[in-house]
Ligand binder design. Structure first.
Ligand SMILES: [Zn+2]
Length: 233
């Protein structure tokens, strides 16, 4: 880290294969600052899919995320149960979050993470909205299951399997009470996760690097009408 607190380099060669860490549902006044401290300590840059109304409420945190060199993506304005929204409402959700983030950071977000993406067979309206607004929709290849609040399951899914170049990890820093809302175990597992990624000869990068190399895509992702999406089984 340099004097201004910006992460300037990874400790692994830039030529190494890349994976991305993504954090959804923030910013959160308690968990996001702690997470940012850990990421800075390990010189890792990650991608944050922010909920627009939370971004507007905690704008200083949004600026800190950007200042530390992390990437900021759009995760709708109010985190609606997206499968039941119509096209027009969904488009409003994406556009409102876009404006909230761009107003704070001065940078237009490019990546979108669907809400309730486990139910992705319902998501036609959302995918259409984001594509028309110029977004790249990003799923994941490795879920932390941190939202289930079972640390054992999280350790097994994050540290138990092989990591391949191009993998995208799904974690959460934001927390709603209704969603088993504690993120202490997400934050405490991060050092071990970063070490295990580096032990595989890989480095943590931003989505652009991770997705542009085309690694692991055949296994987990396909590009359909300009949108990278997880392959359906
Ligand atoms: Zn979410």
């Amino acid at each position: 880290m340099n004097k201004s607190g910006l992460v300037v380099q990874e400790s692994i060669s830039p030529a190494a294969g890349c994976v991305a860490l993504t954090f959804d549902d923030g910013p959160h006044p308690e968990y996001t600052p702690r997470l940012l401290d850990v990421l800075a300590r390990y010189e890792v840059r990650a991608s944050f899919f922010l909920v627009g109304r939370r971004a507007a409420r905690y704008s200083a945190l949004v600026r800190r995320i950007a200042q530390q060199g992390h990437e900021i993506g759009n995760h709708t304005y109010s985190h609606p149960v997206s499968p039941i929204l119509n096209y027009r409402a969904m488009r409003g959700e994406v556009a409102d979050a876009h404006k909230a983030i761009a107003d704070i950071t001065g940078t237009e977000p490019r990546y979108f993470r669907p809400t309730w993406a486990l139910w992705d067979w319902f998501h036609a309206a959302m995918e259409r909205s984001v594509r028309e607004l110029g977004y790249i929709s990003v799923r994941w290849s490795k879920s932390s299951y941190d939202w289930m609040g079972v640390p054992f399951l999280m350790r097994r899914s994050l540290l138990g399997g092989e990591v391949s170049p191009g993998d995208i990890f799904l974690l959460h820093d934001g927390a709603e009470k209704s969603l088993w809302g504690k993120r202490d175990s997400t934050i405490s597992i991060l050092p071990a996760l970063v070490r295990s990624i580096r032990a595989c000869g890989l480095r943590v990068g931003l989505l652009e690097e991770t997705m542009s190399r085309g690694e692991n895509r055949g296994q987990n992702f396909q590009k359909k009408e300009g949108v990278w999406e997880k392959k359906r089984p």
